[in-house]
Write a protein that binds this ligand. Structure first.
Ligand code: AMP
Length: 172
């Protein structure tokens, strides 16, 4: 099994001073590492009856879409405003400074769907919480939120309103 931690590149002071950015591109670029990552993210959910995996633009897509095919589920793109062509649900959320927003097509989920939300990194949890709000607007049943990397000291899981949470790696 690949040592995924060894493939994650730590970039100090990116995108601004004081942030330690975890760059997953070396994992994505490593054939065995990428394959192991997707297998290991899918593993806890193989028997969960997941019908759709929702991924968050843009780094989240790189992990969520392959997890969807691994689970034989569909993929739902959650995107920044103005990027999706059809009718959307729209949710604003708070950043450290100011706000941002995410959108999802109104027909992305159908009754009976069991949705897994997948992202690369959870920090404060604001992004994942906005994705959950969009799925709630659409009447979706969310089974869990699953991430590659959790920044444990920020306790982002606490922002998920009790939705089951899974992280492959937790950094403190
Ligand atoms: P948050 O809404 O605070 O949970 O931030 C989550 C999003 O920001 C994720 O989709 C990540 O892509 C990105 N992110 C936040 N902090 C980091 C970090 N230290 N390293 C890499 N990505 C990060």
């Amino acid at each position: 099994m690949t040592d995924l931690r060894a493939l994650i590149r730590d970039i100090p002071d990116y995108p601004k001073p004081g942030i330690l950015f975890y760059d997953i591109t070396p994992v994505l670029g490593h054939a065995d590492g990428f394959s192991d990552l997707i297998d290991r993210m899918a593993d806890p959910f193989r028997e969960a009856g997941i019908t759709k995996v929702a991924g968050i633009e843009a780094r989240g897509f790189t992990v969520a879409a392959p997890v969807a095919t691994e689970l034989e589920a569909g993929f739902i793109p959650i995107r920044k405003p103005g990027k999706l062509p059809y009718q959307v649900h729209h949710r604003e959320y708070s950043l450290e400074y100011g706000t941002d927003a995410l959108e999802m097509h109104t027909d992305a989920v159908v009754p009976g769907d069991r949705v897994l939300v997948v992202d690369d990194v959870i920090a404060t949890g604001g992004t994942a919480a906005a994705a959950l709000a969009l799925l709630s607007d659409a009447g979706a049943e969310v089974i869990a939120v699953s991430v590659f990397i959790e920044l444990g000291f920020l306790d982002g899981a606490a922002a998920l309103g009790g939705v089951p949470f899974h992280a492959l790696l937790t950094f403190d």
